[in-house]
Design a protein around this ligand. Sequence first.
Ligand code: PEP
Ligand code: MN
Length: 461
Amino acid sequence: MASHGAALDQWSPASWRTKPIKQIVMYDDTSAVSSAVTKLSSLPPIVTPTEIIMLKSSLRDAALGKAFLLQGGDCAELFSYCADEPIDSKIKLLLQMSLVLIWGSNKPVIRIGRMAGQYAKPRSSPTEIVNGKEIPSFRGDILNGFDPDARQVDPDRLVQAYFHSATTLNYVRGQLASGIADLHNPLDWGLGHVRDPELAAKYQKIVHSISDSLRFMRTIGADTAGQLQTVDLYTSHEGLVLEYEQSLTRRLKHPAGYFPTHGSPDGKGWYNTSAHFLWIGDRTRQIDGAHVEYFRGIENPIGIKVGPSMQADELIRLLDIVNPTKEIGKVTLITRYGEGKVESMLGAHIEAVKSSGHIVLWQCDPMHGNTRSTPAGIKTRHFSSIFSELSSALKIHKQHGSFLGGVHLELTGDAVTECVGGSEGLVEEDLSLNYTTYCDPRLNEKQALELAFLVAGHYRE
Ligand code: PEP
Ligand code: MN
């Protein structure tokens, strides 16, 4: 502990620069990076401390079993997704899934989009072969372009990321304020594709039950405070490109009534104002590394991806570093072992965390341990593997006297064909119909909603 429990007074938004870093970005033009960072540092926060602390407090509820967290969005968000239709469809999908999960779990659901800033991707290899030529891998729109001619890292993209993020969130805020999530309006559940009559009847029953409840609430005037008119939707992304995250980390006044457990003599703290919630990826979570150093100093609620190579003692050391005061709601552990490994790993992690005295929010990411390649070399995921890891996680938590507090999904509101399975019966041959992801395969709208139905059904059984 001695070398890791460094006090916060030794932390600064730039202290990560003294540590070894994975997924390093080598810019050719360092003066262009400096101008980008100077520009970013002068721009206003995209999100505010009041919102960040409100989310942290809701996540505390989820960690204590009183709420459920739904987090979802693209693997790699592109700047071109900053357009009305993809944003609208994602808001509507997250809203519908959350209604189903509320119905199932009997708990309030916290919604976080992987959006308005999910522009950076860690890669397993710095280069790839395209048309017989070795070129740099696509690292997300914040660094380079997907087009083979645009693979050179371009510092101006850091600034573009800010404006696309702010524009996306501005539109989300506008649509929410204008009634896109107004539960007085009928919702289109589009269940026509469910061919299995038993399954169709089951889903239809859930939809009726939700519609009945909404009608009842409207009839008795239960929405006098306007709760049926809109919902909260928070934003998140992987905190990977630390030049960007540092530039948007500001010393700001705490919201009224918030007193950080680590103290704060001047009533201020370091807020990452690029998103409400940030997570550390499975490839950048080294105890002595730059990303963990950066993350330990910010006030935001954070996530840590927990893959199959995570040792139990390593996990506890990480928690002690990023959350030495054991604040509840601060850390979400996003487990992503794969359907074949969850049984042998999750239980031990739950027990280790229990005996450490930390109380975390356990969230299951059933996507990243279940990526496969088809014989034709297309990256996909099977709906059944995704549901299997999720069901195992629900069961294992129960067996250990714990509970699953949330799900983390890669999804899109569009009719893509990237994951196989689900009621639509997508098979590998269908993948080429509408395969548009620039990184990992996402659940389409129907598959995502179906997953919500299945999880809800699990709670009600
Ligand atoms: C991701 O969430 O897109 C990702 C890269 O996940 P992980 O760090 O868990 O591999
Ligand atoms: Mn991904």
